[in-house]
Design a protein around this ligand. Structure first.
Ligand SMILES: [Zn+2]
Length: 485
């Protein structure tokens, strides 16, 4: 198994520090707003990483934190006349709701910054004692970047380069503009805690250093997060932990790429972001999850409504196939017709190797491609009456069905009841077109009644009326199914 390690800028064989066990820490959200698709990408990618490592037999321990004290939360709280705890709790709850819909499993630990103030203070004190930090008259504590010669190694920057890019803020009592805050003295309208340096609150970076050290032995096997966290957040986490503990911090740094909108990086600060709950008004969560995994996690992912619609078609096709795979002829009704050799060969190769791409830096895009090829083969057989009846086909289709289930459990996809999924899909597509589902269903009932009464003219005119609305009908022995064209 190989992962691209940000700190060495290359793919490396993955060797956990303790055989059979993997500890993972991923930086979670700052709870000051609803989760956008960039947050969802990170959550889904690392969810699949954890599921895949477990599938491979590793005992995985996974922590993802919540930043619940921060400038952004405080600003929002002050804007809304609330306290920052209320704001943080509101958005933490919203995050849980979004994650549940996206089928993201709960981590083993979800530490919150405000619940670990003591651990952070302890680490700040250690850094002070070792000369890696200093406190100021006003009660701030800063990390002394120049005391840590390796600073910049993770993100591939050097100190001189960084220095030319920093602005000097005369209000801050820093020795060096590169230094960053470990502890901030209390200001009006801000939450604060007592400390040896006076009332104050932690700087952002210290929480992940303190909390990862509390929950795991160091070094961590894997530390993950979005690419935008490499600098300064992860660079600073690394400096703090290594300076305080004298041990390595992380063996493998994994970072997921940006989500882009019209070729531009999507971000809250640029104002071009799309919130998950807005997307879920128009698309099923499984379609969104599939979309997030359809590009390799390190590559930029281009968000657009058109791309989601394309993804929707692919997911629909897979569920339609899944549904058909539930109704294969039983063994007594199969024939001895052999399957064509080319189908057999292609299918067997895919069945043997579909998951290999996951061991190559978690290439979910390639894996989904293999899964889709298997679905295409299944359809080729299912659409051919003669082939479908062959005993060999039945065996192959059962293998494909099993593989779909297995791939689905790693990717967190295709786990829903097919009929239910397809019905939900029709409904959300109708909603997108602003169609009223109850009136569609009423018209279908009237058409069925007309057909029973052999009033075919009326039945056809209802069909035309529905067609004009963008609804197509498919009559089957079990009734009429509608879909949005
Ligand atoms: Zn962090």
């Amino acid at each position: 198994m190989q992962f691209y390690n940000t700190s060495n800028r290359r793919k490396e064989e993955f060797i956990p520090r303790e055989p059979g066990k993997v500890n993972i820490y991923v930086c979670g959200v700052t709870a000051y707003d609803y989760c956008h698709i960039g947050h969802a990408r990170s959550a889904v990618v690392f969810d699949v990483l954890v599921r895949y490592l477990r599938f491979c037999g590793y005992q995985v321990c996974f922590a993802r934190n919540f930043t619940d004290v921060d400038d952004k939360i405080i600003n929002r709280a002050n804007e809304e006349g609330l306290d920052s705890e209320t704001v943080a709790n509101k958005f933490i709850n919203a995050f849980y709701q979004d994650m549940e819909k996206l089928n993201v499993l709960e981590p083993d630990f979800e530490p919150k910054a405000t619940e670990h103030i003591e651990h952070m203070q302890e680490m700040v004190q250690t850094l002070l004692d070792k000369g890696h930090a200093y406190s100021t008259e006003s009660g701030d504590v800063y990390f002394r970047v120049r005391s840590f010669p390796d600073y910049g190694a993770l993100s591939g920057r050097n100190i001189e380069e960084l220095k030319s890019g920093t602005r000097v803020n005369p209000e801050e009592e820093k020795e060096d503009p590169l230094d960053f805050a470990l502890w901030k003295s209390a200001k009006e309208n801000e939450p604060s805690w007592p400390s040896p340096w006076g009332f104050g609150r932690p700087g952002w970076h210290i929480e992940c250093s303190a909390m990862s050290k509390k929950y795991f032995p160091l070094p961590l096997d894997i530390h993950g997060g979005g690419q935008d966290l490499v600098f300064p957040h992860h660079e600073n986490e690394r400096a703090q932990t290594v300076a305080a503990t004298g041990t390595d911090f992380v063996n493998y740094w994994l970072h997921n790429g940006f989500v882009r909108i019209q070729q531009e990086k999507m971000s809250k600060s640029l104002g071009n972001f799309v919130v998950i709950r807005d997307i879920l008004n128009y698309f099923l969560p499984e379609v969104v999850r599939f979309f997030l995994l359809s590009t390799h996690y390190r590559s930029p992912l281009d968000f657009s409504w058109e791309n989601l619609q394309e993804t929707e078609k692919a997911v629909k096709r897979i569920y339609q196939t899944k549904q058909q795979l539930l109704h294969l002829p039983d063994t007594a009704n199969t024939t001895a017709n052999p399957l064509p050799e080319d189908i057999k060969q292609e299918a067997n190769a895919l069945l043997d190797t579909w998951d290999e791409s996951l061991s190559d830096d978690l290439n979910t895009a390639a894996t989904l491609g293999h899964v889709f090829s298997l679905v295409r083969i299944a359809n080729r057989i299912l659409e051919d009456k003669k082939l479908k009846k062959s005993g060999e086909s039945r065996e192959l289709l059962l293998n494909i069905s099993q593989t779909l289930d297995q791939a689905g459990s790693i990717l967190g996809l295709f786990e829903l009841d097919s009929a239910q999924f397809l019905e939900d899909l029709r409904k959300i597509k109708a909603k997108r077109l602003d169609l009223d589902i109850s009136s569609i269903e009423e018209l279908i009932k009237q058409r069925e009644q007309a057909r029973k009464e052999k009033d075919f003219q009326r039945a056809d005119s209802i069909r035309d009326e529905l067609s004009e609305m963008g609804i197509k009908l498919q009559d089957s022995p079990s009734g009429t199914i509608w879909d949005v064209e």
